[in-house]
Design a protein around this ligand. Structure first.
Ligand code: CTP
Length: 403
């Protein structure tokens, strides 16, 4: 359990702070909400008090004997400001201390994450961009805002990332430190495949695999938070897309292949984390295969699917980095890493993320561990952790290889 300060400034998106608070407390954290006075125009203090179980004050004149304006920041493990308005970012960048939240920001020794939300013009204004640059230079994490529907009918960058994404990224910073959300993918175009393909047998049945897509979703979420422009090709992945990520949903290996080959033309980094079926039924029955009928099969003839990763490697543009994944188990012919090295050579990609999937590890589980092998002979071990922290480790291994 960590001690988190949730700063809330005065924008309409303040209502989402209640959901973020809920997500953080459900993860077992002790959360102290520090709204600005204007945030309370949008959400009442009682809501934050009830959901956090902690008192809520906005100014430095409450609890004076406790010296709250110093103590709250000093004792926190993490400060998350969501939403962070243009005004809050400006006051934080200027080092002001005119309410309890800005005073807390000045006394916090822990990582600070700002999740901006404002109208597009305000976000893009040079004053705001300068303030964001100042805060980042001082070590704060300022998440890129999501692009989408704003308060009115208009849309553009400036939307608050969804509470579930902010909660996941807050947990990542607690687990892996602020470097996990460095802005080192800013301006990079990233294409990621995730999930597992399904190869139809008849209108109701398919051959599939156990990939949940959670690692691919984590890669997309962390890349977007690190500033990348992300396209996710999602094969049968449940759940909403992470903020800032464009999703193309596919079903079969053939659909995934088309989406990846098209998307790769516009990408600086291509990551094949999807589990692509190596085989598909030779033919798809147009109607349901019924038992006892003349069409009842006694076996299913299979044909090979193309190897998408090998094709992407063959078609890659100059300077483009291609990252493969390998789910391996050790056997009589070699251990997990030996199989990984052989696969890296066979596929020809630049980096290969090797997962040990013995004993039901990894699939559908929230945690993971991996080794990133490089075609230059490098091996980077990523310690066991959440799929978001493994994703952050993978991006940190990728960045030095980018031109
Ligand atoms: N892959 C792919 N197209 C396929 C099969 C796999 O692009 N038809 C990609 C996966 O997305 C992954 C990598 O290749 O990035 C390795 O996948 P894996 O299933 O471990 O490898 P296979 O080629 O199936 O090798 P093997 O069955 O020999 O272990």
């Amino acid at each position: 359990m960590s001690s988190i300060v949730l700063g809330v400034s005065g924008g309409v998106a303040a209502y989402k702070a209640a959901l973020l608070l809920r997500a953080l407390t459900e993860s077992g954290h002790d959360v102290r909400v520090v709204p600005t006075p204007s945030a309370l125009h949008f959400v009442g203090a009682a809501t934050f008090e009830a959901l956090s179980g902690n008192p809520v004050t906005t100014d430095v004149w409450a609890d004076v004997p406790e010296v709250a304006h110093v103590r709250i920041g000093q004792t926190a493990d993490l400060v998350v400001v969501a939403p962070a308005t243009a005004d809050l970012l400006a006051r934080a960048a200027a080092g002001r201390a005119d309410d309890l939240l800005t005073a807390t920001l000045l006394t916090a020794h822990c990582p600070v994450v700002f999740a901006p939300a404002m109208h597009t013009e305000m976000w893009l204004h040079p004053a705001t961009q300068d303030n964001v640059a100042t805060l980042r230079r001082r070590g704060a994490i300022v998440l890129p805002p999501a692009v989408g529907r704003l308060t009115g009918p208009d849309s553009g960058p400036g939307r608050l990332p969804e509470p579930a994404d902010i909660a996941a990224l807050a947990q990542l910073v607690l687990d892996a430190g602020p470097a996990a959300l460095a802005q080192d993918l800013a301006g990079r175009r990233v294409l990621i495949s995730a999930g597992g393909t399904r190869e139809p047998l008849d209108p109701v049945r398919y051959l599939g695999n156990r990939s949940s897509g959670l690692q691919g979703l984590a890669l997309a979420r962390v890349a977007a938070a690190r500033g990348a422009d992300v396209v996710l090709v999602a094969a049968n992945v449940d759940g909403p897309a992470p903020f800032g990520v464009r999703v193309e949903r596919v079903g079969t290996a053939e659909e995934l292949r088309t989406a990846m080959r098209t998307g790769a033309r516009e990408a600086d980094v291509v990551v094949m984390s999807a589990a692509v079926a190596d085989f598909r039924p030779e033919s798809v029955a147009p109607t349901k295969l019924k038992k006892g009928s003349a069409a009842e099969p006694s076996s299913i003839p299979l044909v090979r699917n193309p190897d998408v990763l090998v094709e992407l490697v063959a078609e890659r543009s100059a300077g483009q980095l291609v990252v493969g994944f390998a789910a391996e188990t050790g056997d009589a012919e070699g251990d997990v890493l030996a199989h990984g090295r052989a696969k890296l050579a066979r596929k020809g990609c630049d980096l290969l993320v090797v997962n040990d999937v013995s004993d039901g590890r990894v699939f559908g589980r929230p945690d993971n561990a991996a080794v990133v092998l490089g075609s230059d002979g490098s091996a980077t071990e990523l310690p066991p952790g959440s799929k978001d922290s493994v994703a952050a480790g993978i991006w940190s291994a990728v960045v030095p290889h980018l031109g």
